[in-house]
Design a protein around this ligand. Structure first.
Ligand SMILES: Cc1cc2nc3c(=O)[nH]c(=O)nc-3n(C[C@H](O)[C@H](O)[C@H](O)COP(=O)(O)OP(=O)(O)OC[C@H]3O[C@@H](n4cnc5c(N)ncnc54)[C@H](O)[C@@H]3O)c2cc1C
Length: 412
């Protein structure tokens, strides 16, 4: 049986796993990344991951340090203004609009938006070319056995990997998390997100718009123009039955419903891609560490797609773990030592749980049916926008910036 030795094994070659492999390799480690899926569609077609990801500035810094940004930058659209709007009145119109402009933090943008299918395609090409990374495609981890000196991982093709540390980036149903006996706390909102792209006559001007009415937020996120026509990505969260009914509609009927929900913010929207559906849950692992194992990204936490927190929180996990591993290496310590992994758990778990509870609250407010709750939500939005210190704190929290960064220096 073939056995490969390395410093770190990353299970899962989704966006988080590929970024993890690149990050650790940039720190000087030898990394093997294992991914069962073969490359998917190379465009926004049926079967592709039709979501887009808003990478906030701290995440972009990490992608730069990992050597992945250069290939992604040409695909990115800047996000300069985050617009939150309430449409929870009797009619379908917007009754409260709050703009959060990156310029108020002396920043040119909050981040960028990229289509997921394009990110995967670019990363799948770039990561194996980085020094120190081996990507094993079409194989999965089938057994994980922690030993005193390292983790032994059996693969579906019969090979074995051995490393002082394994990193679980194998998604929300993580095999490695389950085989380590780590449980999860899970909240199911009974909602689904409809995900698709639209074209529209009014330019988005790098404004991302999140509209609250009932059922959950409806969000338009800027995409690059196509043939001179403005495009945006849509995440439309609704209760399960309503989302199912919308997904069943033919295109003309769907566009009528879509335009009623979009409150005409970018003019008449036209469907510009197939439609995908995602169940909406919050989930957090009880622990982020086990012997010789660290959990990251959706293996560790899943949250509703509000405020672009999901993958950005995952990249914050990677930054934390990378820094701990770098320090251990510099001081000659074991990179899979229980104390290091316990430190990682403490550094990330409480902060992630707090962020998740904040998103949970926002989601429940956005779902509100009761007119009184909808009026309260409107007042909350007004307060968030009008009370200066509250507004700045919210923008910093949304960006995931530490408190000392609050006297922001401009970024490039
Ligand atoms: C509608 C929607 C919109 C979103 N928008 C945003 C946004 O704007 N900004 C943001 O930050 N986040 C966003 N998110 C969250 C973000 O999309 C997810 O966090 C991210 O895609 C998950 O990436 P991941 O790599 O953790 O997991 P996955 O993409 O699930 O990757 C896990 C990988 O592990 C592999 N795997 C599974 N089992 C094994 C095994 N046994 N061995 C090895 N590999 C295995 C799988 O094949 C898979 O490729 C959104 C989520 C949704 C639902």
């Amino acid at each position: 049986m073939e056995r490969l030795d390395t410093d770190i094994v990353v299970a899962g070659g989704g966006i988080a796993g590929l970024t993890a492999a690149a990050c650790f390799a940039a720190e000087g480690f030898q990394v093997i990344c294992v991914e069962p899926q073969m490359p998917g569609p190379t465009g926004p077609t049926e079967g592709a991951d039709l979501r887009s990801t808003a990478f906030l500035e701290p995440a972009i810094d990490l992608l730069k340090q990992a050597g992945l940004w250069e290939g992604l930058a040409p695909l990115a659209t800047d996000l300069q203004v985050m617009r939150l709007a309430d449409a929870g009145g009797a009619g379908p119109e917007l009754r409260e609009v709050a703009d959060f402009d990156a310029a108020e933090l002396n920043r040119p943008r909050f981040g960028v938006n990229l289509p997921n299918w394009a990110i995967r395609q670019q990363m799948r090409a770039a990561v194996p070319a980085l020094p120190g990374v081996t990507l094993l495609k079409g194989v999965r981890v089938t057994r994980a056995t922690p030993r005193t000196a390292g983790m032994i991982l059996a693969l579906s093709d019969g090979r074995q990997l051995r490393a002082p540390l394994a990193v679980a980036a194998d998604g929300r149903d993580s095999f490695l998390r389950q085989s380590a006996g780590i449980g999860v706390r899970r909240w199911d909102y009974g909602q689904r997100a409809l995900v698709f792209a639209v074209s529209h006559p009014i330019p988005h001007e790098n404004v991302s718009t999140e509209i609250h009415r009932t059922g959950g937020p409806f969000t338009l996120v800027p995409l690059p123009d196509q043939n001179g026509v403005p495009h945006s990505a849509v995440v439309w969260m609704e209760t399960g039955p309503k989302a199912a009914a919308l997904a069943e509609m033919d295109t003309p009927a769907f566009e009528v419903a879509l335009n009623a929900r979009a409150c005409n913010v970018l003019g008449p929207l036209k469907l510009a891609s197939p439609l995908a559906q995602w169940p909406i849950i919050s989930q957090i692992a009880d622990r982020l560490n086990a012997p010789r194992l660290a959990l990251v990204a959706e293996a560790a936490h899943v949250m509703p797609p509000i405020g672009a927190q999901g993958l950005n929180t995952s990249l914050a996990d990677l930054r934390c773990l990378r820094d701990l591993l770098g320090t251990a290496r510099a001081t000659g310590q074991d990179i899979g030592a229980p104390s290091l992994l316990a430190h990682y758990h403490r550094a990330r778990h409480a902060e992630t749980l707090a962020r998740m509870l904040g998103i949970d609250l926002l989601n429940r407010a956005a779902m509100a049916q009761d007119p009184v709750l909808r009026d309260l939500r409107r007042l909350g939005l007004r307060a968030l926008h009008d009370i200066g210190p509250l507004k700045k704190a919210a923008m910093h929290m949304g960006l995931g910036l530490p408190r000392q960064a609050q006297s922001a220096t401009p970024t490039a």
